[in-house]
Design a protein around this ligand. Sequence first.
Ligand code: XBP
Ligand code: MG
Length: 259
Amino acid sequence: MQRLTTLLFDVDGTLAETEETHREAFNRAFARAGLDWNWSAEDYGQLLAVTGGKERIRHYLDTQRPDFSIPGNAQEYIAGLHAAKTEIYTQMVAAGEVGLRPGVRRLLAEARQAGLRLGIATTTTPANVTALLQHSLAADAEDWFEVIAAGGVVPEKKPAPDIYHYAMREMGVTPQECLAFEDSENGLRSALEAGVQTLVTVSQYTQGQSFAGAALVLDQLGEPEAPFHVLAGSANGHRYVNVEQLRQLHAEGEPQAAP
Ligand code: XBP
Ligand code: MG
């Protein structure tokens, strides 16, 4: 097993609990367009099975609004709705409505201090990542990551492995020297398919999903004064995720083949 050199982070649900803000932004964009669509938390929990906001709107139309006649070109119409949603979402993030999950800021600082390389591999729209990093982490936080692989930069979104392949190619690293951080089954499958060992921190919309193949499943990254809870795997006696624990975890395992 190669030495751990690189940490690859998912964004939504992993760096921050963002999906309630995404859901609100979708609903405000629908209202702004004069549509009576309103995604409840229950609806959204189902719709999140489809990654990518545009793909999610398309799926909603195909499965729940077959009667809706899309004005003009369907792809352009959906892209217009999604652009409005992204504008609303980034404004909400800029207004400070989204905070980082426990342990994220501390672990990123520790990893940088230890000389680990950082990358992002996410399905979300690049503008959303910029807004979150700048307003919830640090004004220069985008510079902390050698690559921000986001959204439509690859043909297939998660659970396809494309975004992880892209991020590792851009960084010139092998899967064996990386560790991925994810919150969802789709994200875990994407990372495992790319051959990357993965630590899962379950989020509000991914409780109860299957995380078979994860190196470790936690409720959060934890803080010294607020330890995590281990949901699957072994934390080797650690109470919060730190660089030493990550090196031990990485040394223990080859990524399990996706089930
Ligand atoms: C989560 C997603 C995204 C967001 C919405 O991405 O699937 O689609 O739900 O963002 P990840 P967009 O967990 O990979 O960060 O509307 O910009 O897609
Ligand atoms: Mg996620």
